[in-house]
Design a protein around this ligand. Sequence first.
Ligand code: ACM
Length: 547
Amino acid sequence: MKKIINIAAALVLAGTAFAAQPSIDIVPRPQEIKVTEGAMQVKGVTVYADAKFDVTTLEAIGKFSASLGRVTVSEINCRITGQPVRPGSRGISFVKSDNLAKEAYRLVVKENTAVVEASSRAGVLYAIQTLKQMLPVKVYGNEPAPEEDWRLACCEIFDAPRFEYRGMHLDCCRHFFTLDEVRRYIDAMAIYKMNRLHWHLTEDQGWRVEIKKYPRLTEVGAFRNGTMIGKDFKSNDGIRYGGFYTQEEVKEIISYADERGITVIPEVDLPGHMLAALASYPELGCEGSQPYEVWTIWGVSKQVLSVGKEDTMKFLEDVVGELADIFPSEYFHIGGDECPKDEWKNDPACQAKIKELGLVSDEKASAEARLQNYVTARIQNYLAAKGKKIIGWDEILEGELAPGATVMSWRGTKGGIAASNAGYDVIMTPNNFCYFDYRQLEDKDAQPLAIGSAYLPFSKVYSCNPTEGLSSEAASHIRGVQANMWTEYVATPEHLEFMVLPRMLALSEVQWCTLENKDLDRISSSLDNHQSKILDLLGYNYCKQHE
Ligand code: ACM
């Protein structure tokens, strides 16, 4: 008798184990989740796609459907139909619902149907990311995995992001990353529902993008004669280093990112950080500044463009113009940070321009700072004629900034606070919360090289609230948040992934979640379990500890 009871208990247990509802563990956490009873088997379902969606959205749904068929080893047909929800039929339906905001989606899973509603491709892409995080991690692979429990927990999810600009930056100048490496970076961003890649393409240490009107930028400016070793500014490894992206390659990245809902924003950092351009075209420099060499050490070079020369301004317009024609992004980043003015003080062309424009030094700003305002405004106008808005680092606020510019606050939040109070749009990238070139572990020896000595653990990134202390009027100007990945000390893709992961997950909840939905314990436990399995399967070299 006892034995029979034991067998019965074992059967009940086994049955329960099989029937246990799959868990829901999604980063960034959706705005509202209500778990209901039961689960839906996805093997062999039909995927219905609303014919009202545009072609690219239908393609995204088709791709999801095909990948589901591959991993579940079952026949999953994708049907484009005017009637995506059919009572009684087992399926995953994608329905176009125009009353949802652009990036919002709703997902209702019942035992036989999962219905996604969204008004745009962005909403559909985020719903797909959510569905993937609700399924076994093997959904991220290409291998058949029929043995997995391919069920979705029944639930009702409504989701929409807190901020419309959710970015990651990547410096491909201090070190160059191949197209495949950039694609992997984009893949990670897509999982966490980010939508802007800020691509830093020009620097003192290397010019990384083909400009057809100025071929020497990549013939000369894309290569340097060695690189300093570690943190020894007097050293040089003697190895010629460089690389650049052709315009065709740039278009490949733009299109790859776009398929994943990510807009690529180019940055041409001007008028400082231009040594690679000066090495290519020395005539654009200030008097007495030559010789020029693509820089082999890190830091801020005092050698800057002579913006008093009309040829220099024409050069800048030509460069941003060529790129504006390639990048569909509404934003164009013009840099503007760390431009020492020493050379301008002694450069006849700059001084003549200052005189011509009637720029003066007063308690608010020097005449040279106002000269930078002139450069910013001129490039801003030039790009406006091409339908673009500029973003600049918070230095562009010094002096007088023309209306319509968006300020990227990097020296803490003070620039962003001042700019939003003055009515400018702002993207917060405060270094004390969002600089992923800082080390993430207390123990310096437990991680590869990082810049400076600042310590930015996962929990500190997570604690960032970009609107803290702002009036509601000023807060309405905060377009979003971004982390910056400068690569002075990051020379390999493995090191790059280590720096951004898992801090990118913390950032994703800063960007996406309401304050009430943020919970450090929940995301930390998610990271130790489900999320690390996703990163493992995809082979990312992430930092295994988080503090
Ligand atoms: C910056 O970190 N120089 C924008």
